[in-house]
Write a new protein. Structure first.
Length: 335
C-alpha cells in the first residue's frame, strides 16, 4: 500500500463527528477506494460500505483523553501548591498527614487522594475537583465509571486501616490476593504493620493469605490461649505446642508463655493436635453431664467418622464409626 493510502486513512480516524467532518470523511473514503482499486488482493478489492458512528468516535476520543490524564496524574509533583507524595511504608509503617496529598496507582487507575481527619481515624478522598482544574477537563474526561468504582475501593481500603476496624464493615470486598498486592505496592509485608494518622497510631496484622486482623483480635486470641490450662485437655508438663513456626513448652502450671506480639490464629497456625484435644475434652465434659442425668442408659456422641462414650472409669472412649449414615448428634442405649 502506498504512503498516500496511509495518509488518507490517518485523516479518516482523526476527523471529528461534526457534519462537516463527516462529509469530508466520506469524500476521503471515495478517494481511498479509487487509489486502492486494483492494488488490494481479493476479496478486499475495495471498500463497498463504510459506516462511521459518531458515538464510536466520541468513545475513542474519551478513551485517549483518559489515558493522557492518567499519564499526567502519574507525573504530578504538586497540586494547588501542595506536594503530591507517594503512599510508601517504611519498616511496615504507613503515615498519613492531615491535608496532605497522596498518589496511588493500582489496577490500571491512578489517583491523587487527600487525607482528612475523622473521629475514628483519617479518610482519604480523591481530589476530583483539583485534578479537573489542573488538567483543564471535566472529571468525566479523567475517569470512567469503572475507574470511579476502583477509586472508591482504594479510598475505603486505606481509610479503613487508619482506624482500628480495618476492612470490617467495608462497602467493598477484597480478595486475599488483592489485599496482598495493594499492600505490597506500598511496601507492607505480611506480619504486624502500623498506620499513623490524625495524631493516633493503630496496628493491624496482615496474614500470608491476605486476611487482615485488628490488634485487638490478634492479642485477644493470644491472651485467651495463654489463660487456658492445658492440663484440662490432656497435656502434660514438658509437652510442646507449635504455633506458627515456633514450639512452646507447657510449664508446670499447665500454661505456655507467648511473646507479647505472638499472632495466634486457632484455625490457621496452631498445632492441629491442640484443636483435637480441645474438642475431645469438650465432648468428654458433655458426656459426663449428660450421663449423670441418664443413669440407666449408655450415652453416646457421634460424628460421621467416630463414636464417643465413657468407659467404666469415666474416661473418654473413642471408636471409629462404621455406620456411613451416622449423623452428628447424641443417642443412648439401655444398660
Amino acid at each position: 500500500m502506498k504512503m498516500q493510502h496511509f495518509s488518507l486513512m490517518r485523516s479518516l480516524f482523526n476527523n471529528g463527528s461534526s457534519k462537516t467532518n463527516m462529509l469530508s470523511t466520506m469524500k476521503q473514503l471515495s478517494q481511498y477506494n479509487q487509489l486502492s482499486k486494483g492494488t488490494m488482493k481479493k476479496p478486499y478489492e475495495k471498500l463497498d460500505t463504510v459506516e462511521i458512528s459518531p458515538s464510536s468516535l466520541q468513545k475513542q476520543v474519551a478513551s485517549k483523553q483518559r489515558i493522557t490524564s492518567r499519564q499526567a496524574i502519574q507525573s504530578l509533583t504538586h497540586l494547588q501548591g501542595k506536594e503530591v507524595k507517594e503512599i510508601k511504608a517504611k519498616n511496615n509503617v504507613l503515615e498519613f498527614d492531615d491535608g496532605a496529598l497522596y498518589r496511588f496507582s493500582f489496577n490500571g487507575v491512578s489517583t491523587v487522594m487527600q487525607s482528612f481527619y475523622h473521629g475514628s481515624g483519617s479518610i482519604l478522598g480523591t481530589a476530583f475537583t483539583e485534578l479537573g482544574e489542573r488538567l483543564g477537563v471535566d472529571t468525566g474526561a479523567i475517569y470512567s465509571q469503572q475507574d470511579v468504582t476502583k477509586i472508591n475501593k482504594i479510598e475505603d481500603f486505606f481509610s479503613g486501616f487508619t482506624g482500628r476496624s480495618g476492612l470490617i464493615g467495608s462497602r467493598h470486598s477484597y480478595s486475599g490476593e488483592e489485599v496482598l498486592d495493594m499492600f505490597k505496592s506500598v511496601g507492607i509485608e505480611p506480619g504486624w504493620f502500623t498506620v499513623k494518622s490524625s495524631g493516633q497510631t493503630v496496628r493491624h496484622y496482615l496474614r500470608e493469605d491476605g486476611r487482615t486482623f485488628s490488634e485487638k483480635q490478634v492479642l485477644g486470641s493470644r491472651n485467651t490461649f495463654m489463660s487456658h490450662n492445658l492440663f484440662d485437655i490432656g497435656y502434660k508438663q514438658g509437652e510442646k505446642i507449635t504455633i506458627g513456626d515456633t514450639d512452646y513448652e507447657v510449664d508446670e502450671t499447665g500454661h505456655i508463655n507467648l511473646p507479647p506480639d505472638a499472632a495466634v490464629f486457632l484455625t490457621h497456625n496452631v498445632d492441629p493436635m491442640y484443636t483435637k484435644r480441645k474438642q475431645l475434652a469438650t465432648i468428654k465434659d458433655q458426656l459426663i453431664k449428660t450421663q449423670a442425668t441418664r443413669p440407666e442408659e449408655q450415652v453416646f456422641f457421634s460424628t460421621p467418622t467416630h463414636d464417643y462414650t465413657l468407659d467404666g472409669n469415666g474416661e473418654l472412649l473413642e471408636t471409629k464409626n462404621l455406620n456411613s449414615n451416622r449423623q452428628t448428634g447424641w443417642w443412648t442405649t439401655k444398660l
